[in-house]
Structures are given as C-alpha cells and as structure tokens.
Design a protein around this ligand. Structure first.
Ligand SMILES: Nc1nc2c(c(=O)[nH]1)N[C@H]1C(S)=C(S)[C@@H](COP(=O)(O)O)O[C@H]1N2
Ligand SMILES: [Mo]
Length: 189
C-alpha cells in the first residue's frame, strides 16, 4: 500500500512530517499477545484481539486535523471504528460518566461519555491509508474531534468507564483543561 497524499481535494500531512513529543518515546506493542480491554462500569467487559477490534465494527474514514497546544497541527485521513460502537457492545452502566483511555506508555486521558456517544470519535488503526506506524501510536490512535491533541491518546490499550467527571490524566494533572475543547483555553490553573 502507498500513503494517500490527498483526499477529496484536501492535502494531507505526510506521515514523515510529525513532532515527537510523547512522554516515554515510541512504544512497541506485540500484536500477538495484545488484547484491547473495555473495563469499569460496563455490563460486558471486553477483551479483544487487534483483528477483532478492526473487523467487528463498521469502518469509518474521516479527515481530521490534530492541533497540539505547542502550536503545530497535522491533517490526516483517519480510518477506524467509532468508539461508541464498541461502547454499545460493552453495555455501559447508567452510573458511567467518563471514558478513561489507557495507553502502552502509561499515558491516560479522559473524555465525557456523552461527548463520545454524540461525536464521531474514532479508535483509528490507519493514517493516510496505512497501518499506524509504531512511532505514531500502533495499534490504535484516538481521534478526538474538536479536542486538543493531548486528548488524542496513542498506543491505546483499552478504555475504562468511570463515574468520576473530574478524572485527570497525564497532562490534565499538569494543568491542562479536563474538557480539552479546541475552542477554549487549554491551560487551567
Ligand atoms: N500514549 C500517549 N498518547 C499521546 C501522547 C503521549 O505522550 N502518549 N501525547 C499526546 C499529545 S500532547 C499529542 S499533541 C498527540 C500527538 O499525536 P501525533 O504524533 O499523532 O501527531 O498525541 C497525544 N497522545
Ligand atoms: Mo500535544
């Protein structure tokens, strides 16, 4: 497969052009033993292989720009599944309010359940038509439409449903806004 450079007239940012800013550097995830976990306030906890995640739910493609608070952005054609489709199968309990995302490097962040159910939030496994490279987040990169880059978890290993609306992930503990909305200030002190 060749990298897609343009989609419906829109120029995409090449995968070679990126800004390495991850907290522990690129992660290597062994896909043979990898299991995606959905835990916490769910009726059906999920434990899925990589292939199960990408084949069980309808595929969605979307060009979305990621904006980092450092001042740069990338425009990528993402392909993956809707996080809400996975949540539907996990059968979220009524007390759940927040989706906490866990990553291979120990990074976490969170999104309101209501936002995930009402927006095209993707659990992506492809960027510009190619499997996500290890340095960018293989196996899964979250696409958090309308949120700052720190909400776009990479090397995602699972999600946890929680009742805590004030949960603070890695950057949120260091002063970044819990809501992470692109149209608001990101620093909250
Ligand atoms: N697991 C993990 N995910 C992460 C980070 C990280 O350090 N670890 N950094 C975040 C930040 S601050 C940004 S801007 C985006 C960058 O994603 P990109 O390299 O695909 O552009 O990843 C986000 N997801
Ligand atoms: Mo960022």
């Amino acid at each position: 497969m060749k990298e897609i450079q343009e989609f419906q007239g829109e120029r995409l940012t090449p995968l070679s052009e990126y800004y390495e800013n991850s907290i522990e550097g690129p992660q290597r995830v062994d896909i043979g033993t990898f299991r995606f976990k959905a835990t916490g306030l769910v009726k059906n906890a999920l434990l899925l292989t990589y292939d199960e995640v990408i084949s069980k739910y309808p595929a969605v493609q979307k060009v979305v720009r990621l904006d980092c608070v450092e001042g740069w952005s990338v425009t990528i054609l993402w392909e993956g599944i809707l996080l809400k489709d996975l949540l539907q199968e996990a059968a979220v309990k009524p007390q759940a309010q927040t989706v906490i995302i866990h990553c291979a490097d120990g990074y976490t962040t969170s999104l309101p359940l209501e936002y995930v159910m009402n927006n095209p939030v993707l659990l992506a496994h492809k960027m510009n038509g190619l499997t996500i490279p290890p340095e960018r987040g293989f196996p899964f990169h979250l696409v958090a439409v309308g949120k700052w880059g720190y909400k776009w978890a990479r090397w995602v290993t699972g999600i946890e449903l929680s009742g805590d609306t004030h949960y603070k992930g890695y950057w949120e503990q260091r002063g970044y806004a819990v809501n992470g909305d692109l149209d608001k200030e990101f620093f909250e002190l």
